[in-house]
Design a protein around this ligand. Sequence first.
Ligand code: MN
Length: 202
Amino acid sequence: MAFELPKLPYGHHELEPHIDSWTMEIHHGKHHAGYTKKLNAAIAGTDLEGKDILDILKNLDVNNAGVRNNGGGFYNHSLFWSVMKPNGGGKPSGELATAIDAAYGSFDGFKEKFAAAAGTRFGSGWAWLCVHKGGKVEVCSTPNQDNPIMPGIGCGGTPILGLDVWEHAYYLNFQNKRPDYVKAFFNVINWDEVSKRYAADK
Ligand code: MN
């Protein structure tokens, strides 16, 4: 079965004023839809057809640009929508908070590290919070539509929080001010979902 563009778990306008409606509409309806369509085209008629996306990414041939870029684009955006919500933000609690404190001293220490990963990624890419088997968390960033699930890329482990820092994710509302967009993102993070992913993948 072909991959399908997942529905947004909220309306385009519901992340306002932090992420604007027009950006959400284009980002989901055009960019994510485009990756989905091109991923299907890239795997059609190959032995990857019918495989799970995680399986495809874990065993990726990094020289296969079509699957790398569009499989990454498909997965990364699906994760991205799920880790945001209207009236999100705040802080994680429980075992995720403990793991963040262990790695970065405090939630503010983590925020600084994550904002730096997002801010210093040259050109297009993503910032991630990943969990390793055993529960340790780590921040990293990857270029383009790469992600830490792909072999030999990024910090390894499983991404549980991701931030798209491609200009298409923020240019309409923030123009070149990526740091302001990163700040805005912290107001819409769905920490319940990130915690759920932490528990499932640790
Ligand atoms: Mn994007």
